[in-house]
Design a binder for this molecule. Structure first.
Ligand code: B12
Ligand code: SF4
Length: 526
C-alpha cells in the first residue's frame, strides 16, 4: 500500500492549502524520484511475446470524481492503442476509473499479469497520479518498460522527463507509436528517438521536447477500438429524455465513437489547435456508420475534438444512419456558429437520433467571446439556442467565467443561465492550457504550486480579482442556478427515484465542494 492510501480523500481535503495536499500527494512520487535505484534491465530477447498493459488512471480531484459519477466514458484511447498490439503479443486494459480502490487494483493487476510494457495516459490533472502508478510499477516490475502518452505528455513533454519513472514519452497518436515501439522491441533494436517518441534518458530529450507537437496520425481514427477488453456496462452518460417522457434511467450505458481528430479553430482556452496545428483528419463515413451499427449500446458519445467541422460529411453520416435504419441516440459537441449556418443539418441529425448537443457558448458577451478568440458572436449563441430549442434538442451549455470577474460579471452570467435554460449547464474558469505559449507566459502569476494538477478548469490557476472566497461563492451559485434548470426538471420528464436522488445528492456535494474551493489555496488569496 502506498502512503497516499493511508489518507482518505476527505482527510486530504481537510488541509487548507495546495502545499498541504501536495505534500501528501508527493510522497510516493518523491520516493520514486529519490530512489536513484540502479535498474538492471535485461535486454529483451527477439522472440519474446510481449505483455502490454494500458492503464487509464483514476481521477484525483474531487471535482473530477463528481464529474465521473455523472458521466463516465470508456477508456477509448487505451482501446484504440490496444488495437496496435497484434499476436503473438498480448494486451490488457486496466481502467482505474471504475475501481473503488484503484491503487490496490493496480497492484493486483501488475502482480497477476506481469506485463513487460506498461503504458499510461491521461489529462494534465492526472499526471501526478500517473507518476505514482509508474513508481509502483518500477517497484514491483523493475524490468518493465514504462511509457507515458496522452494530452499532457503531448503538450508538456518537458514536464514528464523522469527517467526513474518513465522510459518513453509519446506525443500525439499512441496507436502508431505503439506499433513502432513494438517493432523495435521485436527487432531487438534500440528504442526509436524522435520528437514523437522521446526516450527520457536520451541526451537529446530536451531538444526534442522543445519542438512543436508531431503531426496528427490517421491511426488515431482508423483503428478499431478493442472494446472487448473492458466491461462496457461500467460506462454511462447523463441523458434527459424528451418533454413529458418517462425514462428508464437518467444514466444510460454509452459507447464512444471518434469520427475525426483535430480542429481548425483557435480558441484561446483550448489546447487542441496547439496539438493539431489547425489540421482536421477525418475518418471514412462508411467506417463510422459501420462502427455505430456494430455497437450494442443505444447511446453514442462522439469523442471528436469538434465533430461538425465538415458539415457535408456529417450530413452524409446522418443520411446513411437513416437509410440503414440504425436507431441510436447521439451526444455530440457542436459550435453555435455551425448550428446557425446549418440548422437543416441539426434537423436531419435530430431525425437520425441526436439527443444532446454540447455547445461551448462560453459567454453571451461579445467582448468575452473576442477575448477567447471564439469566432462566434453572442447573437449566434442566442440564435443557436433557439434553433436547438425548436428542434427539441437538449443542450449542454458550457459557459466560462474569467479570473478577473467581479460581482456584476457573475450577475451577467446568472442572467445568461435564465436566458439559455433549460439546459445542462457547465461552468469553467478561464485557464491557459498547459503547454501553450500563454501558459508559459503566465507561469509567474500562477497561484498554486502545481498548475497542471489543478488544471480541471474549475480550480483557477490565475489570481482572481475578487477574494477567492467570494469568487467561489459566486461560482457555486452559478452551478446551483444551473442545476435547477436541467431539461429533465423543466420538461417534467419522469425519472426513476434512485436517479433523481443520485442527481440531487451529487449536485449538493459538488456545490459544497465548489463553495469551499478557496480553502485549497494559500490563505493569502482567500
Ligand atoms: C470527450 C472529452 C471529454 C470527456 C471524457 C473523455 C474520455 N476519454 O474519458 C468528458 C466530457 C468526460 C471530459 C471531461 C473533461 N475534460 Co475533456 N475532452 C474531451 C475531448 C472533446 C475529446 C477527448 C477524447 O476522448 N479524445 C479521443 C481520445 C482517443 O484521444 P486522446 O485521449 O488524446 O488519445 C490519443 C493520444 O493522446 C494518445 N494517447 C492517449 N493516451 C495514451 C497512452 C499511451 C501509453 C500512449 C502511447 C498514447 C496515448 O493516443 C490516443 C489515440 O490517438 C477533448 C478535446 C476537445 N476538443 O475539447 C477534451 C479535453 C481532453 N478535455 C479537457 C479537460 C480539461 C476536461 C475536464 C478537466 C474539463 C472539465 N472541467 O470538465 C474534464 C476532466 C475529466 C476527467 N476525467 O478528469 C482538456 C484536457 C487538457 C489537459 N491538458 O488536460 C481537453 C483537451 C479540452 C481542451 N479544451 O483543452 N472530456
Ligand atoms: S472549436 Fe472546440 S476544439 Fe476547436 S479550438 Fe475551439 S474549443 Fe478547441
Amino acid at each position: 500500500m502506498t502512503p497516499l492510501l493511508c489518507f482518505s480523500l476527505s482527510e486530504i481535503l481537510k488541509f487548507n492549502f495546495f502545499s498541504d495536499i501536495l505534500y501528501f500527494y508527493r510522497l510516493p512520487f518523491d520516493r520514486a524520484l529519490n530512489q536513484n535505484r540502479k535498474r538492471k534491465r535485461k535486454r529483451k530477447s527477439v522472440d519474446m511475446n510481449l505483455k502490454v498493459l494500458l492503464v487509464r488512471p483514476h481521477v484525483f480531484l474531487p471535482t473530477s470524481q463528481w464529474l465521473q459519477s455523472m458521466l463516465r466514458l470508456e477508456p477509448y484511447a487505451q482501446e484504440l492503442i490496444a488495437g496496435a498490439v497484434q499476436p503473438p503479443h498480448d494486451v490488457r486494459i486496466c481502467d482505474l476509473a471504475v475501481e473503488d480502490k484503484p491503487i490496490d487494483a493496480f497492484q493486483r493487476v501488475l502482480q497477476a499479469y506481469q506485463p513487460n510494457l506498461v503504458g499510461f495516459g491521461g489529462f494534465s490533472s492526472q499526471f501526478r497520479t500517473n507518476c505514482e502508478l509508474a513508481a509502483i510499477t518500477r517497484e514491483l516490475l523493475p524490468n518493465a518498460i514504462t511509457c507515458l502518452g496522452g494530452v499532457h505528455a503531448s503538450s508538456m513533454p518537458t514536464d514528464c522527463k523522469y527517467p526513474n519513472l518513465f522510459d518513453l514519452i509519446v506525443r500525439g497518436d499512441g496507436v502508431s507509436a505503439m506499433k513502432v515501439v513494438i517493432a523495435a522491441i521485436e527487432k531487438n533494436e534500440s528504442l526509436p528517438e524522435s520528437d514523437w517518441i522521446l526516450p527520457t534518458a536520451s541526451p537529446n530529450f530536451d531538444k526534442l521536447a522543445m519542438k512543436s507537437p508531431p503531426a496528427l496520425h490517421l491511426d488515431g481514427i482508423n483503428t478499431k477500438p478493442r472494446r472487448e477488453l473492458v466491461d462496457m456496462s461500467k460506462y454511462f452518460c447523463i441523458c434527459y429524455g424528451q418533454p413529458g417522457e418517462k425514462i428508464d434511467t437518467l444514466f444510460p450505458e454509452i459507447a464512444c465513437v471518434r469520427t475525426s481528430v483535430g480542429c481548425p479553430n483557435r480558441c484561446s482556452f483550448c489546447v487542441v489547435h496547439f496539438l493539431a496545428k489547425g489540421k482536421y483528419l477525418q475518418r471514412k463515413v462508411e467506417d463510422v456508420v459501420e462502427e455505430i451499427a456494430s455497437l450494442p449500446q443505444k447511446y453514442i458519445y462522439f469523442v471528436d475534438d469538434e465533430t461538425f467541422i465538415n458539415t457535408r460529411r456529417m450530413q452524409r453520416i446522418a443520411e446513411m444512419l437513416l437509410e440503414r435504419g440504425i436507431k441510436k441516440k447521439y451526444i455530440s459537441w457542436a459550435r453555435s456558429d455551425t448550428v446557425c449556418k446549418h440548422p437543416e443539418l441539426f434537423d436531419l441529425w435530430k431525425k437520425a437520433g441526436l439527443e444532446l448537443v454540447y455547445i461551448g457558448f462560453e459567454s453571451l458577451e461579445d467582448e468575452n467571446l473576442n477575448a477567447y478568440n471564439k469566432k462566434a458572436t453572442a447573437s449566434q449563441n442566442r440564435e443557436a439556442r433557439e434553433i436547438l430549442r425548436k428542434l427539441n434538442l437538449n443542450i449542454h451549455a458550457a459557459l466560462m467565467v474569467n479570473p478577473d470577474f467581479e460581482e456584476k460579471d457573475f450577475l451577467t452570467v446568472q442572467r445568461a443561465i435564465k436566458e439559455m435554460a433549460p439546459a445542462e449547464f457547465a461552468f469553467t474558469v478561464y485557464s491557459p492550457p498547459p503547454g501553450t505559449q500563454e501558459f508559459m507566459e503566465s507561469r509567474d502569476k500562477f497561484i498554486c504550486d502545481d498548475p497542471c494538477l489543478y488544471y480541471d478548469c474549475l480550480h483557477t490557476i490565475l489570481p482572481t480579482k475578487l477574494p477567492l472566497k467570494k469568487f467561489y461563492r459566486y461560482f457555486s451559485i452559478l452551478y446551483a442556478l444551473g442545476a435547477a434548470r436541467i431539461p429533465a426538471k423543466v420538461n417534467k420528464v419522469k425519472l426513476p427515484l434512485r436517479d433523481h436522488i443520485k442527481f440531487v445528492l451529487g449536485a449538493m456535494k459538488f456545490g459544497w465542494q465548489m463553495y469551499r474551493m478557496y480553502r485549497e489555496y494559500d490563505r493569502k488569496y482567500w
